[in-house]
Design a protein around this ligand. Structure first.
Ligand SMILES: Nc1ncnc2c1ncn2[C@@H]1O[C@H](COP(=O)(O)OP(=O)(O)OP(=O)(O)O)[C@@H](O)[C@H]1O
Ligand SMILES: [Mg+2]
Length: 1034
């Protein structure tokens, strides 16, 4: 079995499109390709869009769900040839282009036409909506087949299930492609089969199904026996070994199920069964001739006739009479005439055939009523037509039926020519494609030969049937010879071909059909064309009360005295209607071929197939197709589909569509031979060229989809962005508006403020008004604010910001206040030590400012309480503090001084320690006390007003032995003196401005010190014994 995977492999066996065949004019190569593929179970092959199907006679499992899914919505040429590809392509074209379609299935009996049409119906049902309401419609469409097959099919020598009628079925779809209804037309039911079957053939299936499938009770009611051998209409060539009967009961069950789907009432169903039974009974009605010389026929067994009358609810007497008599209407009289046995049998069979044919047509009309789309309100409907009609037939003996069938095939060939060959060539001409017209045989001449008014075979036949006198088949043949004897396509066949007959008699005529020559046996032409049912029988039927028979035979048929239309003419009409039906639709062709005569699998009889290839005109079809182009498409549509394949045409081609297509083909590198450019269409010669393009497109599609997705996403994001942007701008605008309004108000306010301010300024000196009061207040506030930032922060800073005149008074009040505050703050921030130090400084100022020259240079340095070096301080702490000083004594000042000896002014270094009680001089080395003068005993303290550093500590007389102390403390005399004075009191200090100063010495002697100005500071003992202290004058 062909798997789904290798479905995609093209050219697997042979070529799958005959267009690709190397030597396409070689019939053997054609047949070989078919054979090769058939051997591999590949039954389908294309000629362009025409599908050739070879009957496999076995189940290939190629119609399952997987196959249906694979072929759905797939490009026609993409997959291996299949009937589903045709079904899908036509269905899609119907839906996409809202155009009615028709699929024409033709081929010999047994080639698989009916099966093909069922496969198409199956496909259409599967791919359309599965809604339950629609399922109902689909069921009806599908169930129409078992009903029609039961009543219209039979086993023939060629096909166990041969359709004995032509069928055209329209499936109606709404514009979404959902089936909504349908309509069936039937053509030329082979009703002669009801009364006669050839060897190995059977009557219509329904007779056997009824006998096999009905329950005993119903059989009894119908007066039937189960065995077909009991009925003349079934037993003439009954083959008891026939295994075809095996599942008849089951088939009958399906038929009854179908009746239910089509809403047949029980009464109708029973009435139908009664009719079937009546026909069987009718077959058993026998006649014998009375010996009275009249040859009047007499019914030999009345039982079946009574049964028939009972079943058909008609008048028994009428029927009995009608079966053996006929009334001849002549002018105003009607004459009853007896029938001989042969005529009676003829009449009986005519009745059986008529009833059956009318029943069949009634059944079809019932199906149509039920299939009719009840919902007419829905707009837009499309039709898909399926034509399953007998193919060209050539038998050993060809009768009126073959004549009709072959005529039908001529008409279909004509249609084929018109729709494909002719229109194809016309299209090339229209498109101005360089094109060598292909010669094909136009069978119009044969159609004319058969159907032309007053000149065609049918009209001659009718003429002969209707003419008064004694017309018969031979007079008809003579008429043909007379009128059409010279026709190139017709000839009378003289005796030699007819070995069974007298050589002199010609009972055959030959027509050279497009598919081959067929010799027709003229016997029965007149009869079959007349299709005579005697009025008496019609009348008897009209008397029926049966629900169906009363519909099949109308009384007005009796009142109409005109001859009924002949069979051939009726057929011509229905064919002409069929042709106009088909012409209005887009045609698709399925050409069925049977591979052998034995209904056998795996057998390919090249001879038989060759005939069919010829009858179907496949070689001609291929020739035109090959000469032509496999594919054509309007430039716009072609470019639209494939423009993505070339950078020049993608995404937009600015030039004309034709130029764009040219660009595309150049891009693919196809040569002149592969395509042609017409006025509005591109014509591609070979399918494989198209495959290349299509394959590239399939690949590119994914890339495009991604791009489209990206673009779409981008677009959507941009929309969102634009919306956000818009909203933002709106919001911003609103916000700006609000802010602008605020600013405006602020400015207005500010202008007012400024204006008031200016007014206030201008009238600042006037009597108080609202402006200047505010202005002045503002000025004051501003000044105060400014002042607060510029206030002096240090007591020494004497700056003060200027004040406007209105604040001047306040400024003057604030300034000292602030100063006081600063001072107060400063004072509070001082430590006691620092306070004391400052007190000493103040004291020093008081004592020495303007009085002693060295004072000025002492100001900068802060005072300290101890000026000893590290060693001396250690000594002081360890020695003086521990051993010398008394408990309540506390050192106030310590330093290293020079002492001038009172005897001869010798210079010695001494450590001076001033306590709160005494004035000590200690040896600078050993720290022994040299002098310890209680402070209270110091009488004075003398220093010059010059810049020297000498001072004299005057002590009272009781210390006269030693005399006053002459000391020098060079760097910080002012500090030392201030410290001493602070303890002993200011009044003890004397700053002498005289040059010579006396002092006491030991033993009451007096010494003299001279304070003189000099160039540098110097202390020397003059020769006269006076100590001279020279200081550098300022
Ligand atoms: N595609 C197929 N697969 C399998 N078997 C098939 C296929 N087509 C036809 N057959 C077999 O061939 C038989 C005859 O086919 P079908 O009845 O369709 O022929 P037909 O062309 O309609 O003949 P007729 O003109 O006598 O009605 C079917 O009963 C079936 O057994
Ligand atoms: Mg058939």
């Amino acid at each position: 079995m062909e798997t789904l995977d290798n479905l995609h492999q093209r050219d697997k066996v042979g070529v799958d499109d005959f267009v690709l065949l190397e030597n396409f004019e070689d019939k053997d190569a054609f047949l070989e390709n078919l054979r090769k593929r058939y051997k591999e179970n590949i039954i389908y092959t294309y000629i362009g869009q025409v599908l050739i199907s070879v009957n496999p006679y076995k189940d290939l499992n190629i119609y399952n769900r997987n196959y249906i899914e694979s072929y759905q919505n797939v490009n026609f040429y993409e997959l291996a040839p299949h009937i589903f590809a045709i079904a899908d392509a036509s269905y899609r074209q119907m839906v996409d282009e809202c155009r009615d379609q028709c699929i024409l299935i033709s081929g010999e009996s047994g080639s698989g036409k009916t099966e093909a049409s069922k496969k198409i119906l199956q496909y259409l049902a599967e791919i359309s909506s599965h809604d339950s309401a629609i399922q109902h419609v689909k069921n009806k469409l599908l169930y129409s087949n078992p009903v029609l097959e039961a009543f219209g099919n039979s086993k023939t020598s060629r096909n166990n299930n041969s359709s004995r009628f032509g069928k055209y079925m329209d499936v109606e779809f709404d514009n979404l492609g959902t089936p909504t209804g349908g309509h069936i037309n039937v053509y030329l039911l082979e009703k002669s089969r009801v009364v006669f079957q050839s060897r190995n053939e059977r009557n219509f299936h329904i007779f056997y199904q009824v006998l096999k499938g009905l329950d005993e009770e119903t059989l009894l009611r119908l007066g039937l026996r189960r065995d077909p051998a009991d009925y003349f209409y079934l037993n003439q060539n009954l083959d008891t070994s026939d295994d075809y009967t095996a599942n008849e009961a089951e088939q009958f069950r399906v038929v009854r199920e179908a009746f239910r789907h089509f809403e047949f009432s029980e009464q109708e169903e029973f009435s139908m069964l009664s009719i079937i039974a009546s026909i069987l009974h009718l077959g058993t009605v026998g006649f014998y001739e009375e010996d009275d010389g009249d040859h009047q026929a007499v019914i030999s067994n009345l039982k079946p006739v009574n049964l028939i009358c009972q079943l058909l609810e008609c008048d028994p007497e009428m029927l009995k009479k009608a079966l053996t008599h006929r009334t001849i209407e002549a002018r105003d009289e009607s004459l009853p005439t007896g029938l001989n046995r042969e005529q009676a049998i003829y009449a009986r069979d005519a009745l059986a055939k008529a009833i059956y044919e009318r029943l069949f047509l009634w059944l079809v009309s019932k199906l149509n009523d039920s299939l009719k789309n009840k919902n007419k309100a829905k707009s837009g409907r499309n039709l898909m037509g399926l034509l399953d009609i007998y193919g060209f037939e050539i038998f050993e003996k060809n009768h009126f039926e073959q004549f009709c069938i072959n005529y039908c095939n001529e008409k279909l060939q004509q249609l084929f020519i018109e729709l494909t060959l002719k229109s194809e060539q016309e299209e090339y001409r229209r498109e101005q494609i360089e094109w060598e017209p292909v010669k094909y045989f136009n069978n119009q001449i044969i159609c004319d030969l058969i159907e032309q008014r007053h000149k065609g075979i049918i009209d001659f036949l009718d003429e002969e049937c209707l003419r008064p006198g004694e017309p018969n088949d031979f007079t008809f043949l003579a008429k043909l010879e007379e009128n059409l004897g010279q026709h190139s396509r017709m000839a009378l066949v003289k005796g030699l071909n007819n070995k069974n007959r007298n050589n002199a008699v010609t009972d055959q005529f030959k027509i050279s059909h497009y598919a081959g020559e067929v010799v027709y046996d003229v016997t029965g032409f007149i009869d079959k064309n007349n299709d005579l049912l005697f009025r008496d029988l019609k009348k008897a039927m009209c008397s029926s009360k049966s629900v169906i028979i009363s519909q099949l035979f109308h009384a007005d048929e009796l009142s109409n005295l005109r001859r009924p239309t002949t069979t051939a003419t009726q057929f011509r009409h229905s064919l002409s209607n069929l042709m106009s039906l088909l012409k209005s639709k887009q045609p698709w062709y399925i050409r069925c071929i049977k591979p052998n005569e034995h209904q056998m699998a795996h057998s390919f009889d090249t001879r038989i197939v060759s005939h069919q290839v010829q009858y179907l005109g496949l070689m001609e079809n291929l020739r035109v197709r090959r000469a032509g182009f496999a594919y054509r498409r309007e430039y716009e549509q072609f470019l639209e589909r494939y423009k993505c394949l070339s950078p020049e045409t993608w995404p937009h081609y600015r030039g004309s569509a034709k130029r764009g297509v040219e660009e595309l083909m150049r891009h693919f590198g196809f040569g002149e031979a592969e395509y042609k450019l017409g006025l509005t269409k591109i014509f591609i010669r070979f399918p494989k060229t198209l495959f290349t393009i299509e394959d590239a497109f399939q690949k590119q599609k994914h890339a495009l989809a991604t791009m489209i997705q990206a673009l779409y996403r981008g677009h959507r994001q941009r929309q969102i962005y634009l919306q956000i942007r818009h909203s933002t701008i709106l919001l911003q605008a609103q916000m700006r508006k609000v802010l602008a309004i605020r600013l405006l108000e602020k400015r207005k306010w500010a202008v007012q403020v400024v204006r008031n301010f200016v007014k206030g300024f201008m009238t600042r000196n006037d009597a108080p008004n609202k402006f200047n009061i505010w202005f002045l207040r503002q000025v004051k506030v501003e000044w105060l604010k400014k002042l607060s930032k510029k206030l002096p922060t240090s007591i020494l800073d004497n700056s003060w910001p200027p004040a406007p005149s209105s604040c001047r008074e306040a400024s003057m009040l604030l300034r000292p206040l602030h100063k006081q505050w600063l001072v107060r703050k400063y004072i509070f921030s001082l430590s006691p030590q620092r306070k004391e130090l400052l007190g000493e400084k103040l004291l020093a100022e008081e004592l020495f400012k303007g009085k002693k020259a060295s004072y000025q240079s002492s100001i900068a340095e802060p005072y300290a309480a101890n000026r000893l070096g590290q060693r001396d301080e250690e000594m002081r702490r360890n020695y003086f503090e521990l051993k010398i000083k008394r408990e309540n004594e506390k050192a106030q000042y310590c330093c290293l001084v020079n002492k001038y000896d009172r005897h001869g002014y010798k210079l010695r270094s001494r450590v001076l320690i001033l306590t709160n009680l005494k004035f000590y001089l200690l040896d600078d080395k050993k720290f022994t006390v040299k002098e310890a003068i209680p402070l209270s005993s110091i009488t004075g303290l003398l220093t010059s007003n010059k810049s020297d550093s000498v001072f004299i500590v005057q002590v009272p007389a009781e210390n006269k032995e030693k005399g006053d102390l002459i000391l020098e403390y060079s760097p910080r005399l002012i500090e030392l003196l201030t410290k001493i004075v602070k303890i002993i009191g200011k009044d003890k200090l004397v700053i002498s401005d005289s040059a010579n100063v006396e002092h006491t010495m030991a033993n009451g002697k007096r010494g003299q010190i001279c304070f003189a100005d000099g160039r540098s500071y110097e202390i020397v003992k003059r020769k006269d014994g006076i100590l001279q202290v020279s200081s550098a004058s300022a």
